[in-house]
Write a protein that binds this ligand. Structure first.
Ligand code: MF3
Ligand code: CO
Ligand code: CO
Length: 246
């Protein structure tokens, strides 16, 4: 899981650094495919329920699961990049949203708040707490800052499969919530809308967009619950490779 996480993080960083005004989302996906291959991994998304791309690229009002195509990203756009890789049978899943060149102040605040909401959630990923403690920390922080969390899509356990139990919602749903134990690996991933929480799916069957057309941001880490501090498996400051696995 550490190796898979480190590869996912390295790919995400490589792709984010490569994005520049004028490139098509298809070119971004092709570049990502090359980076994934570079680390001897494969995309966890390509073919997943017939998903047709290597990574998810979601622009502006697109929330998650955006499809690569002819669209050219422009100065001022925000682009959510979500990378999932399989390496030696294990999965790393991580995402963040970049501003292409720059963006307006409110949108920058959306990115900052979403990233901080992820940190607030990760801080609760401690043995003995419950999944709902993560959910509550994310929701509280986002709503205190005047934005809203998406309900229809949630974080998840991650391991040999991309989506494992338990679900990790970004809001308190009132359902029974599992206790966190050392060794659990979770993908924590706030999806935060600048406007209302509502979303819909485009006719392509994949792309999730905000109902009100306002921008949305997405930050995600795969995290290991330990006896003490949470360990971020997709941490971008980790030396990328190749990790020696016994
Ligand atoms: N990466 C997404 C997640 O974080 C899942 C993408 S599934 C795909 O859970 F099929 F759209 F790729
Ligand atoms: Co993801
Ligand atoms: Co995920």
């Amino acid at each position: 899981m550490r190796s898979a996480g480190a590869i996912a993080a390295a790919v995400l960083e490589d792709v984010a650094a490569w994005v520049t005004p004028g490139v098509t989302t298809r070119a971004i996906d092709e570049y990502a495919a090359g980076r994934i291959k570079n680390y001897d991994a494969r995309s966890a998304f390509l073919g997943y329920h017939n998903y047709p791309c290597h990574i998810c690229i979601s622009v502006n009002e697109q929330v998650v699961h955006g499809l690569a195509g002819d669209r050219r990203v422009q100065y001022g756009d925000i682009v959510s990049l979500d990378v999932g890789v399989v390496y030696r049978g294990f999965i790393g899943d991580t995402a963040y949203t970049i501003a292409v060149g720059g963006c307006d102040v409110r949108t920058q605040r959306l990115l900052d708040v979403t990233e901080q909401a992820l940190r607030e959630g990760i801080a609760q990923a401690v043995a003995g707490k419950r999944v709902v403690d993560i959910s509550r920390a994310v929701q509280t922080f986002v709503e205190q800052n005047g934005f809203s969390v998406v309900r229809e899509f949630v974080g998840h356990g991650v391991g040999r499969s991309m989506h494992e139990e338990p679900q990790v919602p970004n809001f308190v749903d009132g359902k029974a919530s599992p206790r966190l134990r050392p060794g659990m690996t979770l993908a924590i991933e706030p999806m935060v809308n600048a406007g209302g929480p509502g979303v819909r799916i485009l006719k392509d069957g994949w792309t999730v967009v905000t109902e009100d057309g306002q921008p949305s941001a997405h930050f995600e880490h795969s995290v290991l619950v330990t006896e003490s501090e949470p360990e971020i498996l997709t941490c971008r400051t980790k030396t990328p490779f190749k990790l020696k696995v016994p």
